[in-house]
Write a protein that binds this ligand. Sequence first.
Ligand SMILES: Nc1nc2c(ncn2[C@@H]2O[C@H](COP(=O)(O)OP(=O)(O)OP(=O)(O)O)[C@@H](O)[C@H]2O)c(=O)[nH]1
Ligand SMILES: [Mg+2]
Length: 239
Amino acid sequence: MRSEKGSSGLKLRIVLLGEKGVGKSAIAVRFLCGRYLHEYDPNLECCYDKHEIIDGKTVKIEIFDTAGQDVLDNYLKNADAVLYVYSITSEKSFAAAKSFREELLLGDKSHIPVILLGNKRELEQGRQVSYKDGFTLARETNWKFYEMSAAVDTHRINDMVLNLASELLAETKKSNRQRRTWKIKRAMSILNVHIHQPKHSSFPSVLMPLTENKTDPPRSPALPQHPRLANRRQTCPAL
Ligand SMILES: Nc1nc2c(ncn2[C@@H]2O[C@H](COP(=O)(O)OP(=O)(O)OP(=O)(O)O)[C@@H](O)[C@H]2O)c(=O)[nH]1
Ligand SMILES: [Mg+2]
């Protein structure tokens, strides 16, 4: 998740990937417009993003629907998360999910959060991929897993995306906090170097007294001492 340019809000870009016909556009339309694919006319309305209040913050959620004509790297370049869709009625689309996992690992992109989504779950009679297989693939790769239907599940897709946004927002807050702590620690260590300057450093010590008088001898050994005071120090330990 990143800050949106020119605004105080945050932006989350989710890229939809998966084989042809698995229901990527149907899922995008369901989330963005709350309707099923055939109830949506792309000539009359255009939905790409949606603003949601998540944990008190405004988040612009962009859904990037793909059609498989570009190389994976181009899609992943600006992705904060991937929604990988297969159809539970297509073993082939599930095999593609496995290949996608390999590609991510080989391309060193396994840090990108992925949700594996088995779509068309209401078509139980045509099922070719078991729930267990989907669940196992996701667990092996530390992905989240859901089975859903863009056709009949009106709220679950929404809830799933909002959950993801909420988790990513929490992670962003955590890493910002860590970055702030790191900056403070770094500033402290720089300060520390100055406090413990070597005796004859050309830089003045931070703890050096600003004024100097004879009754209050300077504590820094780097400063020259008056010879009389040095003698008195030897005979009078209180000084
Ligand atoms: N029964 C059922 N059909 C669905 C579901 N989701 C999508 N479909 C149908 O599956 C077909 C393909 O859906 P799309 O959303 O166009 O699939 P896509 O992944 O965007 O396909 P491409 O853009 O060609 O890659 C359409 O006929 C949809 O109506 C679902 O949950 N259940
Ligand atoms: Mg499509």
